[in-house]
Ligand binder design. Structure first.
Ligand SMILES: NC(=O)c1ccc[n+]([C@@H]2O[C@H](COP(=O)([O-])OP(=O)(O)OC[C@H]3O[C@@H](n4cnc5c(N)ncnc54)[C@H](OP(=O)(O)O)[C@@H]3O)[C@@H](O)[C@H]2O)c1
Length: 281
């Protein structure tokens, strides 16, 4: 007999679904913060299982309405959905702690494949998701895929839960997760490097560091939002600010001479290769 799905009445708007987060670290707390108000009917439907006592104290002070426990079996037994946010190296120890085989399991463990998650948990209804760091403030991008056993209603619930952390993209082919990891997973680091360098440049020409940081951050946010809202190709938007013989043309000439475009293309390819290597090891 197949394991019970998340009940139909518990689906719909997500209220009534009992969710347990295993690992209340950075991402477990970010997910809890995102879903507790957005999707769940009652915060008491949310339980966080955390091994570290001082982290549990912090979770209780941060989220007074939700259940916080160190008991894996207590956390998992009543749950419809188990959200795994422990470190990948802790995955293998979970199977020894309690039975999650009948639950809908959502894993965000970087590099852990569906086959590994299934082997460790016994669950055959598994979602593998790859968020990025801005998910911590609800501005993330998460790619996800699911095993065939995850029903259509459950996929709607999963999408709603993930959307509480930002934008999302479902992919049917798990190998695409490695590609997306190289772009949106590692991408914030590429952007931070560019932000850092632009601040360095601004200070170099005599601007105050505080002012430089403020203007660079707003420039990046504004440029991204502008591209998103207009839907225009970035090349068109770039041309719009590049008058002949002007300042932007002078700056872009240096970026092209120093092969910044080629470096970014190669960076994505290198990150993809590394994601594939880590998935095989
Ligand atoms: N940070 C990101 O932006 C990001 C992005 C994409 C994916 N991820 C993935 O998300 C996962 C979590 O990352 P993180 O940055 O949130 O890590 P983290 O801050 O270290 O959180 C993991 C927490 O889980 C606890 N834990 C370990 N085993 C446990 C168990 N059996 N029961 C209950 N709690 C347990 C850990 O305690 P101990 O310290 O005592 O082990 C730690 O407090 C990782 O697998 C990572 O690959 C993270």
């Amino acid at each position: 007999m197949s394991p019970p799905a998340v009940s139909a009445e518990a689906l719909g708007d997500g209220s009534g679904v009992r969710i347990t987060v295993i690992g209340g670290g950075t991402m477990g707390a970010a997910f809890s913060r995102a879903v507790k108000d957005v999707v769940l009917g009652s915060p008491s439907d949310l339980t966080v299982c955390e091994a570290l006592p001082e982290r549990r104290d912090w979770l209780i002070s941060e989220f007074p309405d939700i259940n916080v426990t160190d008991s894996f079996s207590q956390a998992v037994d009543g749950a419809d959905v188990v959200f795994l946010s422990v470190k990948p190296q802790d995955l293998s120890s979970l199977s020894r702690e309690s039975d999650v085989s009948g639950k809908l399991v959502i894993s965000i463990l970087a590099g852990s494949t569906i086959a590994e998650i299934t082997a460790a948990t016994g669950a055959d209804r598994v979602v593998r998701a790859m968020p990025n760091t801005p998910a911590q403030i609800g501005d993330g991008f998460t790619a996800w895929t699911a095993t065939p056993g995850v029903s259509e209603d459950e996929r709607v619930l999963v999408r709603d839960l993930i959307e509480a952390m930002g934008d999302q993209l479902y992919v049917s082919d798990e190998s695409v997760i490695d590609k997306i990891t190289a772009v949106s997973g590692s991408g914030p680091a590429y952007v931070f490097l560019a932000i850092e360098a632009m601040i360095n440049g601004a200070v170099q020409i005599g601007l105050r560091p505080d002012d430089a940081r403020r203007m660079v951050l707003q420039t990046v946010i504004g440029a991204a939002r502008f591209a998103q809202r207009t839907g225009q190709h970035p090349a068109v938007l770039k041309d719009m600010v590049t008058s002949p013989g002007g300042t932007t043309a002078a700056g872009l000439r240096v970026l092209e001479q120093r092969a910044v475009r080629a470096a970014l293309i190669d960076a994505v390819a290198a990150a993809h290769q590394r994601a594939e290597e880590l998935g095989q090891s």
